[in-house]
Design a protein around this ligand. Structure first.
Ligand code: FAD
Ligand code: UDP
Length: 365
């Protein structure tokens, strides 16, 4: 088997790269060890006909017109703005923390300026800001940190906030107004027929051949290629020669509830301190699907299992940098995506990275 380009992994990174290379005239073999395209963004109808995300809730949002425009070639969209509540002893509070969260939690009726003053008194400024604990204490202080962040983070990562890089908690803003949207990006929308249909259209190209259930380790024995784009875990590519990079995994517990129109008020409810799962997501909020029943997923963080989250902390980055130096020495081989770049990337960041990588490789830059 001879191809111009071999792409390993059919998630966002690999699919974008395959489409771009094929459209530039190259013959592409795209493989994935899973039995489906779409990577972790894969969605499907469950046994009851509800569109669900097999690997947990995926909400598309971006500020990058180039990413939005590119994906719009392969899908129509429906508007969707994600909202999240946190459950504390059975009472629900908006997350990110906003004016409503603070007023409801402390029995106050502060306006925007009042909340800003409240937070100014509560915050414990840290300088420099190195860890996620520094981020949260600096912005909201200890009480809100312990109620909304410390327990959730311990569950999600198996680590204390103080053991994680600042970038993790910095994903969640703090607001003094009543805006209760999880994201404020200029483009917030979901693919009208789902992510998998969008991937199928992206990959529907005469010069793309797809092999599913095929691992790179097995395929490298029987295929030849000129360029390789690898989107799996970088440590695995190099046979773990500098040690295994730590990843956090999840166990997804899907459930269908017949004859339940709506299970919960918003798309996701977080359980920072109660329960051993972190959150419950109800898919019909995300997809606007009409159905007499509803389907939900609970996420249980685990140390073992598929690698879902790179763990941002300095010691892990040091190991990654060693792999990265090896990667730079590989001829005609490029590492792109959340696992290959060991970055806590959102979908749009992966698309941007894949577009950039393909453009620079194909233009010979
Ligand atoms: P992946 O989707 O992981 O694809 C890599 C593929 O490579 C996999 O399919 C894997 O099977 C394959 N592979 C690996 N090794 C090999 C091998 N040796 N041989 C063959 N195939 C191999 N982002 C958002 O923007 N919004 C969200 O709401 C959001 N929610 C998320 C929720 C969860 C629970 C998780 C885990 C992630 C979420 N993300 C979200 C992030 C998003 O999933 C990623 O940014 C994106 O899917 C990464 O794409 P990728 O192609 O880099 O990796
Ligand atoms: N986080 C938290 N409490 C929350 C929401 C988030 O402590 O209610 C922290 C937690 O460490 C989490 C991180 O912020 O892992 C990033 O949250 P996000 O919702 O972006 O996580 P993802 O959707 O990527 O799992």
């Amino acid at each position: 088997m001879k191809f111009d380009v071999l792409v390993v992994g059919a998630g966002f990174a690999g699919s974008v790269i395959a489409e771009r290379c094929a459209s530039a005239g190259h013959h592409v073999l795209l493989i994935d060890k899973r039995e489906h395209i779409g990577g972790n963004a894969f969605d499907e109808l469950d046994g009851n006909g509800v569109l669900v995300h097999r690997y947990g809730p995926h909400i598309f949002h971006t500020n990058a017109p180039v990413v939005s425009d590119y994906l719009s070639r392969f899908t129509e969209w429906i508007p969707y703005e994600h909202r999240v509540l946190a459950s504390l002893n059975g009472v629900f509070y908006p997350i990110p923390i906003n004016q409503t969260t603070i007023n409801r939690l402390y029995g106050l009726s502060l306006d925007e300026a009042g909340v800003a003053e409240f937070l100014e008194r509560a915050r414990e400024p840290k300088n420099p800001i190195r860890t996620s604990e520094d981020v949260v204490l600096s912005s909201v202080g200890r009480d809100l940190c312990d109620k909304f962040f410390r327990g959730y983070t311990r569950k999600q990562w198996g680590l204390d906030l103080s053991d994680l890089s600042a970038t993790v908690a910095a994903r969640i803003p703090v607001r003094t107004n009543t805006d209760d949207r999880y994201f404020t990006d200029s483009f917030q929308k979901m693919p009208a027929q789902g992510f998998t249909k969008m991937f199928a259209r992206m990959l529907d190209h005469a010069r793309i051949r797809i092999e599913l259930g095929a691992s790179f380790q097995e395929l490298r024995q029987r295929a030849e290629w000129k360029l390789l784009f690898y989107t799996g875990p970088i440590d695995e590519y190099f046979d773990f020669r500098f040690g295994a990079l730590p990843y956090r995994s999840l166990r997804f517990e899907h459930e269908h509830l017949p004859e339940v129109e709506k299970f919960q008020a918003v798309g996701t409810i977080n359980y920072p301190n109660e329960q051993s799962f972190t959150r419950i997501t109800e898919f019909k909020h995300l997809t606007a699907q009409k159905h007499s029943g509803t389907s939900i997923v609970r996420e249980y963080p685990t140390a073992e299992g598929d690698p879902y989250y790179p763990i941002p902390r300095p010691e892990n980055n040091e190991i990654y940098q060693r792999y990265c130096a090896e990667a730079a020495r590989e001829r005609d081989t490029f590492f792109v995506g959340r696992l290959a770049q060991y970055r806590y990337y959102n979908m749009d960041q992966v698309v941007a990275s894949a577009l950039k990588a393909t453009e620079s490789v194909l233009s010979g830059a």
